[in-house]
Design a binder for this molecule. Structure first.
Ligand code: MLT
Length: 324
């Protein structure tokens, strides 16, 4: 009888502690670990979202760039952090799905993370330096074939969105590229503008401003409808590479074991940020599509994450992509 009494009291104490955590959470700054270098699309997403989440949570949001190995170094740093809501992992289809099929990760991307929310999605954009002698995708593919394996393509490392999308592009277009890995597509884009590399299959949100400024050239986007932010850029279906569709979605996660009340507070702050007019405009201007509110719940990200692992792992494993 005494044991039952003790267990009941202990359970009530734990439950109280859980809600007590949420009552004081957050009591100090929260860190979002960005697994790529500053200046790239994932970094920009984290900073825009974090800036607005600060108002909702009442604590500073610190962006920590932890780079390398296609994003796996940063994701590993986040997944092994204390499950207290003060370390958040931002990532995407590449870092939280594809890398699980390429790298011998020491953690499980589905089981060791708890989902917070889907943030936004954008297609990839095939872009080159201005000096490339092609004015459309068919001419670009012909030029790539005529210069097999001499053409350099910037990526954010093996398994990154820019890498696996370029591998997919190679396969569908029947071309061979020389991959040049960077710690993010921020620095890769700087080299493309400078003409140091030839091509990137980049997140549309990253290349958009440079394309609109005439600093680089865009050939197509990997989706079936044109972006309102860039109506002159054709889809891959229109441009002659039908079916080359990649939607690079991004999300936020915390380590498993983070208290549910803390997850609920983080999710509410994300949803508030995604409803903010200024955030919505900044995302729309670079081609980022925000999911509908019913898709912004932790459960929705969890279901999407599982479905994407089931879809992509067989494809990636069949493509036999190796970590160089
Ligand atoms: C990627 O290529 O996976 C990312 O866009 C890289 C980045 O966010 O810098």
């Amino acid at each position: 009888m005494k044991k039952l009494l003790f267990a009941t009291v202990f359970a009530l104490m734990l439950q109280g502690a859980g809600s007590a955590t949420a009552q004081v959470y957050p009591s100090r700054p929260i860190t979002i670990v960005v697994p790529f270098s500053a200046g790239g699309p994932t970094d920009a997403l984290a900073r825009t979202l974090g800036e607005r989440m600060r108002a909702a949570l009442g604590q500073p949001i610190i962006i920590e760039n932890v780079t390398g190995a296609g994003g796996t170094i940063g994701v590993s740093r986040a997944v092994h952090a204390a499950p207290d809501g003060y370390t958040v992992s931002i990532g995407h289809l590449g870092t939280h799905v594809v890398n699980g099929a390429i790298y011998p990760l020491q953690f499980d991307l589905l089981k060791d993370f708890a989902p917070i929310a889907l943030i936004a999605s954008n297609p990839m954009m095939i872009v080159t330096k201005n000096a490339v002698p092609a004015t459309n995708l068919k001419e670009l593919i012909a030029w790539l074939k005529a210069n097999q394996s001499k053409i350099t393509a910037g990526t954010a490392g093996v398994g990154s969105g820019s890498h696996f999308s370029a591998v997919y592009f190679q396969k569908l277009a029947g071309v061979q590229l020389q991959f040049v890995p960077y710690r993010g597509t921020g620095p890769a884009l700087l080299d493309l503008v400078a003409g140091q590399i030839d091509l990137i299959v980049d997140q549309a949100s990253n290349s958009m401003v440079q394309v609109q400024g005439g600093k680089i050239r865009a050939y197509a986007i990997t989706t079936d409808k044109r972006l309102a932010a860039a109506p002159s850029i054709p889809t891959v279906d229109e441009a002659g590479l039908p079916g080359f569709h990649v939607a690079l979605w991004s999300g936020l996660w915390v380590p498993k074991g983070t208290p549910p009340d803390v997850i609920a507070k983080l999710n509410a702050a994300v949803m508030e940020a995604l409803a903010d007019a200024a955030v919505r405009k900044r995302f729309a201007d670079v081609g980022l599509e925000i999911p509908p509110r019913e898709q912004q719940t932790p459960q929705a990200l969890g279901a999407h994450h599982r479905a994407e692992v089931e879809k992509w792992w067989p494809i990636i494993k069949a493509a036999n992509i190796k970590v160089e």
